[in-house]
Design a protein around this ligand. Structure first.
Ligand code: 5GP
Ligand code: SF4
Ligand code: MG
Length: 457
């Protein structure tokens, strides 16, 4: 998911929230919305689909208050439910509160049971509703203390943006799985955003990242910071650098584009494939493919063209439909690939469907050899921290080894970046501060057991 918050007295808040969310669209396409205030009440405007369709009939009018927050929601398997749209706004004993959440909690079961016992009623299946319930039921005397107390009860991943009628808050879990940064507007206002690309989009300047375990309170007086929890090692999500974040963002001091270029270079060092050209699976493989080409001297060509009007192809009911969807989304430039030995670079193999179909298309177009390089190590374990890398049994690398996957997708050679190569590529972040759990099973927190997660995993 993507989250955003603005505190600024001079801006047209709804319009700027809209633009910021538009820049974060890649972080979630299922639904989205914003919460605004007139200085007395908080109102939400939300809907299904892309931000442009949610606000198809226009962006809401300015309400007069200097604060707004927004959210774009990323699908998790099987939960395409209109009631789960964020931001979520509730009444607490301290007044109205709206919240936008990125990440997945790992102790929802226990928290929910406890809240149920105490008479809480839930309207959605979202983790976020648990958070607002905790805040609302806290006995602490200020909103800030209530929020911090509640944060300390949450397990797993959360980057949060919250607002009351007169304050904007941000919080990041002590591991820092999901990104969150602070920016400044020209008019002296403040922005909180999942990625720096959203700051750029609204003309704000980057100030700093919210620290893992930090709670920030933003008012007219500026930013007040408190650390509410600390852990031994940060656990920044490595998959943000591989796939999820936009390449024009910088997260926790690491430029995403440079990390992807480095991944390409590492894969060249690890493979040294003798080939005629390097192609990428657009768009997610582009930067690593350029890195491979630069390091190897093998020319980069556009061998696959993406139809930019296509939506997601990730979840399709059967193989035939998946294949049709990939054919609609990607087509081969025959004159480029014909008779050539090709290094094809993509960011990840999840189920193996996409790569298998693309390999078939390349061969139909006359490619002589297809060598595939993948800038994520084999994804063997599910993510419990907010990336939907599918149910475990659907992760092809959880049951097949590299040789078997190579056979399954039909390429002549297959290489996954090594975990060492990946951590070298994300050069500004020490390996011990990076989450790699979906590759190496080293979950930094307790994880839900299979039956606890129910339908989700
Ligand atoms: P596969 O066909 O192996 O299941 O999917 C691999 C493709 O899915 C890669 O091209 C990768 O860019 C993309 N991908 C990886 N993670 C995600 C995700 O969380 N959501 C979507 N929509 N695509 C993903
Ligand atoms: Fe990121 Fe994988 Fe860790 Fe999930 S398990 S937070 S996708 S590195
Ligand atoms: Mg892709």
């Amino acid at each position: 998911c993507g989250v955003l918050g603005i505190f600024d007295k001079t801006l047209d808040i709804p319009r700027y929230i809209y633009w910021g969310l538009f820049a974060l669209q890649h972080r979630g396409q299922e639904s989205g919305g914003m919460a605004l205030t007139d200085g007395v009440d908080i109102h939400t405007y939300r809907g299904m689909g892309l931000i442009s369709s949610v606000f198809e009939k226009g962006v809401p009018d300015e309400e007069g208050g200097p604060i707004g927050i927004g959210h774009v929601r990323y699908s998790t398997t099987g939960s395409n439910n209109p009631r789960n749209i964020q931001p979520l706004a509730v009444y607490t004993p301290m007044g109205q509160l709206a919240l936008a959440h990125n990440g997945n909690l790992t102790n929802t079961r226990a928290l929910r049971e406890e809240l149920d016992k105490n008479g809480a009623i839930f309207q959605t299946t979202m983790d976020s509703e648990i958070i607002v319930n905790l805040i609302s039921r806290s006995q602490k005397e200020t909103m800030e203390e209530r929020i911090m107390e509640s944060m300390n009860r949450l397990g797993g991943a959360y980057s949060l943006v919250l607002m009351t009628k007169d304050k904007l808050y941000g919080a990041r879990d002590p591991y820092g799985f999901r990104p969150l940064c602070i920016g400044r507007t020209d008019g002296g206002g403040w922005v909180l955003a999942s990625e720096t690309c959203a700051l750029d989009a609204i003309g704000a300047t980057f100030v700093r990242d919210v620290q893992p375990g930090e709670f920030v309170e933003i008012t007219e007086q500026g930013v007040k910071s408190r650390i509410f929890a600390t852990v031994d090692r940060k656990q920044i999500c490595s998959f943000e650098y591989i796939y999820f974040a936009r390449p024009d963002s910088t997260i926790d001091g690491q430029d995403v584009y440079q990390a992807r270029l480095n991944m390409g270079k590492e894969m060249w060092n690890e493979t040294q494939y003798d080939a005629d050209l390097v192609i990428s699976v657009p768009d997610s493989g582009n930067t690593a493919a350029i890195g491979y080409s630069q390091a190897s001297g093998i020319p980069f060509r556009h061998g696959l063209i993406k139809n930019r009007y296509m939506g997601r192809t990730f979840i399709k009911p059967n193989q035939k439909q998946r294949e049709l969807a990939v054919r609609m989304k990607l087509n081969v430039v025959k004159s480029v690939v014909k008779g050539k030995r090709i290094v094809m670079v993509d960011d990840s193999i999840v189920r193996g469907t996409t790569s298998g179909i693309i390999c078939k298309l390349l061969r139909e177009a006359g490619a002589k050899e297809v060598y595939m390089c993948v800038s994520a190590p084999p994804i063997k374990y599910p993510c419990f921290y907010g990336i939907d890398t599918s149910v475990r049994k659907e992760l092809i690398a959880s049951t097949l080894n590299v040789e078997q996957i190579q056979k399954y997708i039909g390429v002549d050679k297959l290489h996954f970046i090594s975990i060492e190569g990946l951590s070298r590529a994300i050069s500004n972040i020490p390996r011990e501060d990076m989450c790699l759990a979906c590759f190496n099973n080293d979950y930094p927190t307790a994880i839900p057991t299979a039956n606890e997660e129910g339908e989700k995993y």
